[in-house]
Design a binder for this molecule. Structure first.
Ligand code: ATP
Length: 206
């Protein structure tokens, strides 16, 4: 089905930690998509002077904010991982602010052929699935995710595993997809070719 000419095609890009979302987002951006990165929005909301800082301090106490005035991400992550209630409270503060910022950025990008929303937890959120036209899932085996995250950061295997355990199972993510990109092989040329084929399918030239 061709996209209506007057409206951007909204692609929700999602996948587990280290699966390759940012890599794919960069390729789609180079191809002409407008990128809206919800992790980057979340980081700016929780940086010094960010719109979420006062509410987070009021909610979780002064210990949640570090000496530079930003959210102490490690402090918060440890508590949110250990306690589902804390995770929910944190999401209740951040998600509406992230949603509002996405709305603003999407409005500013109106008229672009394609907007890609990079949303790690898209499948977990009914609201996100309603907000986008297509769900693009990047998929790879756990061992590849673990190896990539360990290679990229100083994280231990157990730390990556615990994040994976908190995210949607691969099968659930795949079931919610309009398209799945298999990114198990470290081959950027192949990834680029697959994305080019998808772009032509979803954004046919007029
Ligand atoms: P996170 O969930 O942590 O934000 P992500 O899903 O955005 O991760 P990326 O940052 O794109 O994943 O990829 C993780 C690492 O794997 C990066 O160092 C990236 O360069 C590398 N990588 C991903 N896909 C490929 C590929 N096809 N070929 C080579 N390297 C890749």
């Amino acid at each position: 089905m061709a996209a209506p000419a007057h409206r951007s095609v909204r692609i929700g890009l999602t996948g587990g930690i280290g699966s390759g979302k940012s890599t794919i987002a960069a390729i789609l951006q180079a191809r002409g998509a407008q990128l809206i990165d919800t992790d980057a929005i979340s980081r700016s909301l929780t940086a010094r002077g960010g719109a979420a800082i006062d509410t987070l301090r009021a909610h979780f106490g002064a210990a949640a904010i570090n000496a530079h005035g930003a959210l102490d991400r490690r402090w918060m992550r440890e508590r949110a991982f250990a306690n589902a209630g804390v995770k929910r409270d944190l999401e209740a503060v951040l998600h509406p602010l992230i949603g509002a910022r996405c709305d603003e950025l999407a409005a500013a990008a109106a008229g672009q052929p394609c907007i890609v929303f990079d949303v790690p937890l898209l499948v977990e959120s009914h609201r996100w699935r309603m907000f986008v036209d297509r769900v693009l899932v990047v998929d790879c085996p756990f061992e590849v995710q673990i190896a990539r995250v360990m290679r990229r950061s100083l994280w231990q295997r157990e730390q990556v595993q615990s994040v994976i355990a908190q995210q949607a199972p691969r099968a659930v993510r795949r079931a919610a997809a309009d398209a799945v990109i298999d990114n198990r092989v470290d081959d950027l040329a192949e990834l680029q070719a697959n994305l080019e084929a998808l772009w032509r399918l979803w954004l046919p030239s007029p």
